[in-house]
Design a protein around this ligand. Structure first.
Ligand SMILES: [Zn+2]
Ligand SMILES: [Zn+2]
Length: 356
């Protein structure tokens, strides 16, 4: 199908964002609610899908007063009551998607569905016994982050607790299964790398994809090393993107920004972005051994100044790329006084060390 055909198909959709910036009505009665988030992503997309009885709500958003206010207004405007929400489905466990799930469950009595892996991560991150913040501190310390930045990140993480409370009682759905949404059958696809256990939902007759944060227009989804999760999240992410590219998608419903038609092309751009970033990092490491923190400063620079939230994303993303380079045999790392330095293997198999 040509780009023009895809775009004309996408015009099947009606859009009344001009009358309410927070709510866009798509055909078949789908509502896209742009739920505000208090950081640079601006909003997370919730989708309200009309069912025979009630509505399925996908990804309710982060629990803030502003988000609840928007929800109240949108529901009122569309003559929907909280109790009309018959089911909450989560693409993944990140707080900007998961945070309001418990609140909506309290208001509606609706069951909340997510994968068991996503739920395990949410419990580890936000459960009462969570040691996640301390584990993150240790990881960042090893990768060269000074104490002041680590403390700012710990403080920033603490602010999220109220934005994911209360936490929902959940039921599990898993990749490989199917789910009925809006009278149509959707395939559940494992989409790791951005968030372990994330699901995308594919409808083969409409050729629609609900893609969570795995493929976003205009924004590069964050890929992070998460303490306690082994492996190579960037490799998982890249593999998942290639797998998603094999689906014939006319229209994609992402977790941020607006629904879009160029799914396959957007995946190409994301793959190319990571190739460029890996090459750029390898070039920097060939100059001298560096820590993840040192590289992060070179790559992201002044954008991080005083922004603990952004610094956490940038740092974890940098570590993910370094882990990937090392797994691929392009970089090697060694520790000096507890700090990990990365360098590049030269053609003779030698490498600069932390002492070099
Ligand atoms: Zn996410
Ligand atoms: Zn998100």
């Amino acid at each position: 199908m040509t780009r023009r055909e895809r775009l004309s198909k996408s015009r099947l959709f009606a859009n009344d964002a001009d009358t309410n910036p927070y709510c866009v009505k798509w055909n078949e009665g789908w509502l896209q609610i742009r739920v505000p988030v208090p950081f640079s992503l601006k909003w997370v997309n919730s989708y309200l899908i009309s069912e025979d009885e009630g509505y399925t709500l996908i990804d309710p958003g982060l629990k803030t007063d502003e988000a609840i206010h928007v929800w109240e207004a949108v529901l009122h405007q569309n003559r929907i009551k909280w109790t009309d929400i018959s089911r909450v489905v989560l693409t993944h466990q990140h707080p900007d998607h998961y945070g309001l799930a418990g609140y909506v469950q309290e208001k509606s009595g609706a069951p909340v569905y997510m994968t068991s892996a996503a739920h395990a991560y949410a419990v580890r991150l936000w459960g009462e016994e969570s040691g996640f913040s301390q584990q993150l501190q240790l990881l960042y310390e090893e990768h060269g982050m000074p104490l002041q930045d680590r403390e700012a990140i710990a403080d920033n993480l603490d602010t999220f607790v109220s934005m994911v409370t209360p936490q929902p009682q959940v039921q599990f759905i898993e990749a490989g299964g199917t789910l009925s949404l809006g009278g149509l059958n959707w395939q559940l696809i494992d989409a790791p790398g951005h968030a372990n256990g994330q699901l995308c939902f594919y409808q083969s007759e409409r050729k629609w994809m609900i893609c969570g944060d795995q493929v976003l227009p205009h924004i590069t989804p964050n890929v992070s090393v998460v303490p306690g999760e082994d492996g190579d999240p960037l490799e998982a992410f890249l593999q998942s993107l290639r797998e998603l590219q094999s689906f014939d998608v006319l229209f994609a419903f992402p977790g941020h920004r607006d629904p879009f038609a160029e799914f396959e092309g957007r995946i190409d751009e994301l793959l190319q972005h990571h190739e460029r970033r890996l090459a750029q990092m390898a070039a920097l490491l060939s100059e001298e051994p560096r820590t993840a923190y040192g590289l992060c400063g070179v790559l992201f620079g002044t954008r991080l100044n005083g922004n603990a939230h952004q610094l956490r994303f940038a740092m974890s993303e940098t570590i993910a790329h370094l882990v990937h380079l090392e797994r691929k045999g392009i970089a090697v790392s060694s520790c000096k006084a507890g700090i990990r330095y990365y360098s590049i293997l030269d053609h003779a198999g030698n490498h600069g060390t932390a002492e070099a």
